[in-house]
Design a protein around this ligand. Structure first.
Ligand SMILES: [Zn+2]
Length: 344
């Protein structure tokens, strides 16, 4: 029993340290993506927004239990050499032919996996399978969020190679927790993606380009900061946790000049675009009679447990012309905000 408890604690700690966008940011990103959808999709997603939000972190929970899951969250682009992010084969079969599947899986497959997940979501839309649509849409939101995190594109994912250990959670959990209430989340309306696989790569490229600032500013601020003030001890649910101090976080936040916000916004828009594109590619199925998706008592129990577990964790830490499909008035900032505030 004791051993079990210890294992569980270690699992929680490792999840908190090595996740991807913190749980909080992943959930917010998935949730906000719902508000970008066209009227034909919005009611179904809004009716199930709690599921989409809570299950935004499922893939991270699976990382430690399911073989083959971990590599879906990142791409260590730099192990393939300089500028690899621009040169790696864009499509899975070509990449396997060039590098072998084992090598690809060893260094992460996020851009290719996003495309596979999008294909699966398209199939679920075609089948009008509400549960699979929701499950795959929530997963896809997670992987897209990860692809937009700079530290998910490098072997030095936690600053361990540059004496900046801990920077991963600093950038993607600590900063959003402190500042994301003030971010501007209006990203417009979801748009059709002509080449979704290349869009996934654009995200990885953008994130990789941002990596230099992520590491450089932390180093510069550290060099100019009183070492005794860099960290602080915070009480989280009765547990003392060492974290970056508010002043150090503020300095980093200022130096990054909105970078975390930009990457969150990109994630939200891209998720909306992918969901919408999958739906269009499936032939724009009518989702209105799927709204009342009923989960079995077992499924509900599982979700309830997952939500509880999450609360615990938190305490601690062109075939189609896209334009012609939008029949309602274009998305405006006012409409976006009113959807959010009215909770409709
Ligand atoms: Zn992840």
């Amino acid at each position: 029993m004791k051993k079990w408890t210890l294992t569980f604690l270690l699992l929680i700690i490792s999840m908190l340290q090595a996740g991807s966008w913190g749980f909080f940011a992943h959930q917010r990103i998935n949730r906000l993506a719902v508000f970008t959808l066209p009227e034909e999709m919005f009611p179904f997603f809004k009716a199930n927004i709690q599921y989409i939000t809570e299950n935004a972190v499922n893939p991270d929970k699976r990382r430690y239990a399911v073989k083959g899951e971990a590599e879906r969250h990142y791409l260590d682009a730099d192990v393939y050499g300089d500028s690899a992010v621009y040169k790696l084969p864009r499509y899975w079969q070509e990449a396997v032919a060039q590098y072998s599947e084992d090598t690809l899986r060893a260094y992460g497959i996020v851009p290719w996996h996003i495309y596979l997940n999008k294909y699966q979501l398209t199939e679920a839309f075609k089948a009008k399978d509400a549960k699979n649509i929701l499950r795959l849409a929530a997963d896809l939101g997670h992987y897209i969020g990860d692809a937009n995190v700079p530290l998910h594109t490098t072997e030095n994912y936690n600053g361990q190679l540059t004496n900046q250990y801990g920077i991963h959670a600093f950038w993607e959990s600590r900063l959003p927790e402190l500042y994301s209430d003030d971010y501007d989340y209006f990203v417009g309306q979801a748009e059709y993606l002509e080449q979704a696989q290349l869009t996934a790569w654009d995200a990885v490229i953008g994130a990789h380009q941002a990596l230099d600032s992520v590491l450089r500013y932390e180093r510069i601020i550290t060099e100019n900061f009183d070492p005794s003030k860099k960290y602080t001890i915070e009480d989280r649910n009765g547990i003392n946790v060492r974290t970056y101090s508010k002043n150090f976080s503020a300095a980093y936040h200022t130096a990054l000049a909105g970078q975390v916000e930009r990457q969150m916004r990109k994630s939200i828009k891209m998720i909306g675009d992918f969901w919408y594109t999958a739906w269009v590619d499936a032939g724009q199925p009518d989702l209105s009679n799927l709204i009342d998706v009923k989960f079995s008592p077992e499924e509900l129990e599982e979700m309830r447990k997952a939500a509880e577990e999450l609360q615990e964790l938190k305490k601690n830490i062109r075939e189609h012309d896209g334009a012609s499909l939008i029949k309602d008035s274009p998305m405006t900032r006012e409409k976006f905000l009113s959807r959010m505030w009215r909770g409709q």
